[in-house]
Design a protein. Structure first.
Length: 516
């Protein structure tokens, strides 16, 4: 169900109540596409799905390239939010005697091809105002390759009718009524050749793709759930990519600030692209002097990526967010997020290469600023270097300056928050609270067994307190010996909250010694 705060709560009925380990690299993309639903997060599992739903690569927008590079470099799960700027939907006009019934596509743009058919089959002659309507989305004008279809039987233009046209089309996923509904039912659509009532009327060519996006379009509205706030409609994501507005125009600083704040709220990480004019490591070092954005909930990979542009037929430079996110997803297949801190996992797939070479000394200097370096090949001489977040020097906890501990924390919090939502649909008895505590203990013990907390003994790896069935306090090992990262998780009908809490070291020791 959708709660008042816009959070979607799903009741899960599992006999064991175990906490499922969520994916760690489900990546959300926000930007401009050729076609597709607007301001709705759509889950896709391949670039072929992106092509089918959103139209594939499009030169005016880098988003399609970022999605392609994500899957090419190992990505598995993506969410795509299409954003538009003054785009207009095509109209479809159906004659109705001396009047016209005008429908308009719900999805704007020049690549939304619809057609509609009207017939009176199985409608008695005295059934005034009734008709059948078929609306189809086709691959392109003039083809019969149907991608989607809606059939409405015995519609009526009479406002008091049970199956009034205006009421039923209000729930359509393809069209809406544009303007007044004529008093006379629409004419049958006839086949031009035979004159039989089996033809279709195609949508007009008055659709428009709109203008390039602005920062305001990308940010959108928290109230209306548009722009990046359209992601309110999805359960969870781990990484957020907002590719450049155009090939030449970077995302503005206001977008980065809002997106990082949103990621913090959603327990995700923002993939920040280096500015287009950072061509070399020296450019980065100079640029960072005036770089004002910092966040433990964001990360950056440098340099840009050189990849073959299928539309232009040559290698082009692209922002690296999609390729880097795919690379992280690929690394998760062989190593958990808490894997070795010093890794050379930032290796691009064949066919992709970094836009410039970064020497070892410059690579270390970039890392000290929180910037990770993409590599084309592995090297036995290259020093392992722990990937960083952009929270270097500003993070609330020292651990959050490093990518692996930050991803581990977000993985734990997302898994626990989602895995304990079932308490909303149960009473708040002490019995339920004990079930939650058992559930949490098993989850953390399994993580400990898998090495998530290093060499720490079990009793020093985590802390659990469940004062009520819908509230719990958890802690898990920090980088500094004897310290725990603490969080309070609370569930209510208005949504779930996760807030940091301070855990006293002595209290932690006492709790864990008693079995916490």
């Amino acid at each position: 169900m959708l709660t008042g705060s816009g959070l979607r709560v799903e009741q899960e009925r599992r006999s064991d109540r175990s906490i499922t380990r969520l994916e760690c690299a489900r990546t959300a993309f926000v930007g401009r596409t050729l076609r597709g639903p607007v301001n709705q997060p759509v889950f896709i599992g391949s670039f072929a799905e992106f092509q089918r739903i959103f139209g594939g690569l499009w030169q005016p927008s880098p988003l399609g390239y970022a999605v392609e590079q994500f899957f090419d470099n190992g990505g598995r799960e993506a969410l795509v939010v299409r954003v538009t700027n003054a785009a207009r939907a095509a109209s479809l006009k159906l004659p109705a005697g001396d009047d016209t019934l005008t429908l308009r596509a719900l999805r704007p743009g020049t690549r939304e091809f619809l057609r509609a058919g009207i017939d009176y089959d199985n409608i008695a002659g005295g059934a005034d105002g009734e008709f059948n309507l078929i609306v189809q989305r086709v691959r392109s004008h003039g083809t019969a390759q149907v991608e989607d279809q809606e059939i409405y039987l015995r519609l009526s233009v009479v406002p008091t009718a049970e199956r009034y046209l205006g009421d039923l089309l209000a729930a359509s996923d393809l069209v809406s009524v544009d303007g007044p509904i004529p008093r006379q039912r629409p004419d049958q659509t006839l086949d031009p050749g035979s004159g039989l009532p089996i033809g279709y009327v195609s949508s007009n060519t008055d659709g428009d793709d709109g203008a390039p996006l602005t920062d305001y379009d990308l940010i959108g509205s928290e109230v209306d759930h548009t722009g990046l706030f359209a992601l309110d409609g999805c359960d969870y994501f781990n990484l957020l990519c907002i590719p450049p507005v155009t090939r030449e125009q970077d995302v503005g600083p206001c977008v980065l600030l809002v997106a990082a704040r949103y990621c913090k709220h959603r327990r995700a990480l923002l993939m920040v692209d280096p500015p287009a004019d950072w061509h070399t490591a020296d450019d980065v070092l100079r640029g960072m002097r005036n770089w004002s954005f910092a966040s433990e909930d964001a990360l950056m990979y440098f340099p840009r990526v050189l990849a073959h542009d299928k539309l232009r037929g040559q290698f082009e430079s692209f922002a690296p967010c999609g390729a880097a996110a795919g690379m992280l997803a690929r690394a998760d297949e062989t190593h958990p997020v808490w894997g070795p801190a010093k890794t050379e996992g930032a290796i691009l797939r064949p066919g992709y290469r970094p836009g410039c070479l970064v020497t070892e000394d410059k690579r270390e200097r970039l890392a000290s600023l929180g910037i990770n370096t993409l590599q084309a090949v592995r090297s036995s001489e290259r020093l392992g270097m722990a990937p960083r977040t952009l929270g270097v020097g500003t993070a609330a906890a020292a651990d959050w300056q490093l990518l692996a501990p930050r991803r581990l924390a977000l993985f734990i919090l997302n898994s626990v928050e989602r895995g304990t939502r079932w308490t909303l649909f149960n009473d708040s008895s002490a019995h339920v609270a004990r079930l939650v505590e058992t559930q949490l203990r098993e989850f953390f013990e399994e993580l400990h067994g898998d090495g998530a907390f290093g060499m720490r003994p079990l009793e020093e790896s985590f802390f659990i307190s469940v004062p009520s069935a819908s509230q719990m306090v958890i802690g898990f090992a920090a980088g500094r010996t004897g310290e725990l990262h603490g969080f309070r998780i609370a569930h209510s009908i208005t949504g779930s909250t996760v807030t940091p809490v301070s855990l006293n070291r002595l209290a932690n020791r006492s709790a864990t010694e008693t079995g916490g």
